[in-house]
Design a binder for this molecule. Structure first.
Ligand code: HEM
Ligand SMILES: CC(C)=CCC/C(C)=C/CC/C(C)=C/COP(=O)(O)OP(=O)(O)O
Length: 452
C-alpha cells in the first residue's frame, strides 16, 4: 500500500506541476513549507518515499534471512534495486524541475517496483494458503440435474389486483438488474466529469440524458440477459426465482420490454450525440449477445472479456461530452476492465457450485479455487496500476489519492483475508470491498474534477 500511495502521489503531482516545490527536502529555499495542496502532495511523496524505503529495506533483508521461496526473494530484491534507482530519478526531477520524459520513466519504474511486490505477495500467499489438491472438476455442466416442472415453478398470483400490479411492476424492475446501475452510472458520471475539464464543460442536460440512457440501456441488456438465460437460471439456486425462470413475466412481454428500453435509451443517447448512441448500442449488443450467448457459456475467459461491457460506460460518458475518444476515457475504461475480474471472481468463488450446476465454465469451476484467488490478487494489482496511470490527469489530486489508498487498503485486506479464510463470507466481503473501492475512486474523481 505504501508503494501504491507513492505511485498515486507521484502521478498526481510529478507529471503535472513539479515547479510547485522545486527544492529538497521541502520547498522554496529547501526548508520552506508548501503553500498549496499540490505542494503538500509533493512533500508527502518525498516523506512517504523515505518511510516506504525504510520498510522496503527491512522487508528485503528479512526475506533473505527467512526460509521464504526463492521467487519471492528475487522479486523483492529486484523491487529493492529498482527502488534505489527510482529514488535517484526522483531526486533529479525534484532538483531540476519538470521533465515529462524523466517523470514518465519515474512512473514506469514505480509500476515495475509495485509489480514486483505484488508478485512477491501473490507467491507468498499461494505457498501459505494454496491447496495442491484443489483439482478442478472436469464436468462443466450437469445435464441430469432435475429441473423444476412447470407447475412447481409457477408463482401463484395474488387475487388482489393492487398486490398483483405491484408484483408485476417489481418483476419488470428486477428484469432491469437495478443493483448494477449505481456503479455503472458512477462510471459514466466520472467519465463526464473528467471529460468536462478538457473542453467547454458539461451541461446538466447532457449529464441527465447520458445517465438516463445508461439506466435504460442497462435495463435493456439485463432484460435480454434474463430472456436468454431463463432455462439455465432455473438450475441455479441464486437465479431460480427470477421473473422469467418462474414464468411470472411471459417471454414475449419481456422481449417487447427489452426492445422498448433499447429504443428509449438509444433515443436519449442519440440526442446527446451519435457516437454516444453507437457506444450505447455496442454495450447492449455486447452484454446481451456476445457475453451472454457466446462468452459466458463457452470460455473461462468470459469474465475478463466481459469486462469490455463494463468499460463501455466510461467511453459513453467521455464521448457524450467531447464527441471523441480521449486519454481520460481510455484510462478510466482500462481501470474498469481490469477491476472486473477482481470484482466478479469473488462471487464466482461464493457461487462456485451454483455456476457448475448451471454449466458455466467460471474460473473456480475450471481452474480451481487456489488459481481463482491468485487471479483476484493479480487483477487487483493491475487495477491499482491503471488507477496510477489515470492519476496523471491534471485535475486529479488529494481526494483521489486518499480515497484510492484508503479503500484500496480495505480491498487488498479483504483479498488477503479471503486467501486465509477461504469461506463464502470472506468471498462476499471481498466482493463488497471491490464495489466500495471502485465507488470511492469514482466519487473521488468527481469531487476532484468538479470541486477543485
Ligand atoms: C464480466 C463482468 C461482470 C460480471 C460477470 C458481474 C457479475 C455480477 C453478479 C453475478 C452480480 C450479482 C447480481 C445479482 O445478484 O443481482 C453482480 C453484482 C454487482 N455488480 Fe457486477 N459483474 C460484472 C461487471 C460489473 C461492472 C463492470 C460493474 C460496474 C462498474 C459491476 C457492478 C456491480 C454491482 C454494483 C453489483 C451489485 C452489488 C450489490 O448488490 O451489492 N459489475 N455482478
Ligand atoms: C451501458 C450498458 C448497457 C452497460 C452494460 C454493462 C453491464 C451491464 C455490465 C455488467 C456486466 C455483467 C455481465 C453483469 C452480470 O453478470 P451476469 O449476467 O453473468 O450475471 P447473472 O449470473 O446474475 O445473470
Amino acid at each position: 500500500m505504501g508503494i501504491y500511495l507513492l505511485l498515486l502521489l507521484g502521478a498526481t503531482t510529478a507529471l503535472t506541476d513539479t515547479t510547485i516545490c522545486n527544492a529538497w527536502p521541502l520547498c522554496g529555499s529547501g526548508w520552506t513549507l508548501p503553500t498549496s495542496v499540490t505542494g503538500y502532495l509533493v512533500v508527502g511523496h518525498r516523506l512517504a518515499a523515505i518511510l516506504v524505503g525504510l520498510l522496503g529495506t527491512v522487508t528485503v533483508i528479512a526475506s533473505w534471512h527467512s526460509r521464504i521461496d526463492q521467487r519471492v526473494r528475487t522479486a523483492l530484491a529486484i523491487s529493492g534495486i529498482l527502488y534505489v534507482i527510482q529514488a535517484g530519478i526522483g531526486a533529479v526531477v525534484a532538483m531540476n524541475g519538470e521533465s515529462t520524459y524523466l517523470s514518465s520513466i519515474h512512473l514506469l519504474v514505480g509500476m515495475l517496483i509495485f509489480a514486483g511486490v505484488i508478485a512477491a505477495l501473490a507467491w507468498t500467499l499461494e505457498i501459505e494458503t494454496g491447496d495442491p489438491s484443489d483439482v478442478p472438476s472436469t464436468a462443466t455442466s450437469s445435464p441430469d440435474h432435475e429441473l423444476p416442472s412447470e407447475t412447481e415453478r409457477n408463482v401463484t398470483m395474488p387475487t388482489n389486483s393492487v398486490t398483483r400490479a405491484k408484483m408485476t411492476a417489481f418483476a419488470y424492475i428486477r428484469l432491469m438488474k437495478p443493483r448494477l446501475m449505481w456503479l455503472l452510472c458512477l462510471v459514466a458520471f466520472a467519465a463526464m466529469a473528467l471529460a468536462g475539464t478538457t473542453g467547454p464543460g458539461v451541461s446538466w442536460e447532457i449529464v441527465l440524458a447520458t445517465l438516463g440512457g445508461g439506466v435504460l440501456s442497462i435495463g435493456a441488456s439485463g432484460t435480454f440477459n434474463h430472456v436468454l438465460e431463463r432455462d439455465v437460471d432455473r438450475r441455479m439456486a441464486r437465479t431460480s426465482d427470477r421473473p422469467l425462470a418462474t414464468d411470472l413475466v411471459p417471454v414475449g412481454n419481456a422481449i417487447a420490454f427489452g426492445c422498448l428500453l433499447t429504443v428509449a435509451s438509444l433515443g436519449l443517447f442519440a440526442w446527446v450525440n451519435l457516437l454516444a448512441a453507437a457506444f450505447g448500442l455496442a454495450a447492449i449488443v455486447f452484454y446481451s449477445i456476445v457475453y451472454t450467448l457466446i462468452l459466458k457459456p463457452n470460455t473461462v475467459q468470459n469474465t475478463v472479456l466481459g469486462g469490455f461491457a463494463g468499460a463501455l460506460p466510461a467511453f459513453i460518458g467521455w464521448v457524450a461530452v467531447t464527441g471523441e475518444i480521449g486519454f481520460g476515457g481510455l484510462a478510466l475504461a482500462t481501470v474498469i476492465f481490469l477491476w472486473t475480474p477482481a470484482h466478479f471472481y469473488n462471487l464466482a468463488l461464493a457461487y462456485k457450485d451454483d455456476y457448475e450446476r448451471g454449466g458455466f465454465p467460471m474460473l473456480p469451476v475450471v481452474r480451481g479455487e487456489t488459481a481463482t484467488r491468485r487471479h483476484i490478487l493479480w487483477y487487483l494489482g493491475a487495477t491499482f496500476l491503471a488507477t496510477a496511470v489515470l492519476a496523471v490527469v491534471d485535475t486529479l489530486g488529494a481526494t483521489y489519492v486518499l480515497g484510492s489508498v484508503a479503500l484500496g487498503a480495505v480491498f487488498l485486506w479483504a483479498v488477503i483475508r479471503l486467501h486465509y479464510e477461504q469461506t463464502e463470507s470472506a468471498a462476499f466481503r471481498a466482493f463488497h470491498a471491490s464495489n466500495a473501492y471502485l465507488g470511492t475512486l469514482l466519487i473521488a474523481i468527481i469531487i476532484d474534477t468538479l470541486a477543485f
